[in-house]
Design a protein around this ligand. Structure first.
Ligand SMILES: NC(=O)c1ccc[n+]([C@@H]2O[C@H](COP(=O)([O-])OP(=O)(O)OC[C@H]3O[C@@H](n4cnc5c(N)ncnc54)[C@H](OP(=O)(O)O)[C@@H]3O)[C@@H](O)[C@H]2O)c1
Length: 280
């Protein structure tokens, strides 16, 4: 059974499905089978990164996939250690070689690394790689409004998407509003909070029982109704199917409000505040 996932349009015209597959920790042959199985189930958006060391695995899954390349949306990300312009250009090429792809649909700067402070150089490399046809859409992850304002001020181009930590314990309301006002799509990483205590939460459980759905399905429906693209990772075919079977019910405003109340200032999984945290 293959499920059809609704799509949204980015500010540069590229369309993306509203749910994709996270691939952190899906590596090697097993990972490639898991990803190509997800494509058979209906996933079209696949999220990898240079530092996950599985761009090759994703490329293998694309080769094995039952659907043509042009129906897929493959994302990768530039690591912090390669933000300088020349290194960023080479890394984008290396990312493509690893995956054996001619282009990425979406390429993101993985972290702003504000102390290092050369993310604008990295952004210029993404802008040029897009012009050269290596990338169809360019965006960022973990950028704060001040970082994105600077990109636009210094290059004239703003990101199509910002991928940020977002789940019921850390719902990023202010940042989501800012994205909406600036026509930048929000993409949620760790949308299930890495299957931590959120999957035991009593409030969400009671909502799930009402709809005859699982807690994960309620959370992923909540992301969808917030207008965010989510990229849950699962290695299991059953859970992959479960996670995209969310288009046959809806949450009421009251239920959305009850989930909104679960957020907390210290709700980040690993305390990775992009204003200070740096990743290389
Ligand atoms: N840009 C960034 O800085 C950044 C940071 C972190 C992550 N990401 C991206 O976001 C993706 C998703 O985040 P994540 O992998 O950290 O966490 P996640 O998707 O919130 O959770 C993944 C965990 O949930 C389990 N799971 C999935 N579906 C389930 C279900 N229906 N019921 C119960 N358990 C379920 C998975 O186990 P099984 O595999 O066993 O099903 C796995 O342990 C990553 O894979 C990566 O692509 C980006």
């Amino acid at each position: 059974m293959s499920i059809s996932i609704p799509e949204i349009k980015l500010n540069d015209g590229l369309t993306l499905p509203v749910i994709g597959l996270g691939t952190y920790k899906l590596n090697g042959n097993e990972g490639a089978n898991s990803i190509s199985g997800a494509i058979d189930t209906g996933y079209r958006l696949i999220d990898t990164a240079y530092i996950y060391e599985n761009e090759g695995t994703v490329g293998k899954a694309v080769q094995r996939a039952s659907v043509p390349r042009e129906e897929l949306r493959i994302t990768s990300k530039l690591p912090g250690r390669y933000h300088s312009y020349d290194k960023a250009v080479t890394t984008i090429q290396e990312s493509l070689y690893r995956a054996n792809l001619d282009y990425y649909d979406l390429y993101l700067i993985h972290w702003p690394n504000p102390k290092q402070d050369i993310y604008v150089e990295a952004w210029q490399a993404l802008i040029d790689a897009k012009k050269w046809g290596l990338i169809r859409s360019i965006g960022v992850c973990n950028f704060l409004p001040e970082h994105m304002e600077r990109l636009e001020k210094e290059t004239g181009i703003k990101p199509s998407i910002n991928q940020i930590e977002l789940h019921p314990f850390f719902n990023q309301e202010e940042q989501r509003i800012w994205h909406h006002e600036n026509n930048i799509k929000t993409e949620s990483w760790s949308p299930l909070a890495r299957a931590s205590e959120v999957l035991q939460n009593e409030t969400i459980r009671s909502i799930a029982v009402n709809h005859d759905k699982t807690i994960s399905q309620v959370i992923l429906r909540w992301h969808y109704q917030l207008g965010a693209i989510s990229i849950p990772k699962s290695s299991s075919p059953e859970r992959q199917l479960e996670n995209i079977s969310i288009f046959d019910f809806s949450l009421s405003d009251k239920e959305m409000g009850r989930i909104a109340e679960l957020t907390r200032p210290d709700g980040r999984i690993n305390d990775q505040d992009p204003a200070i945290y740096e990743e290389f």
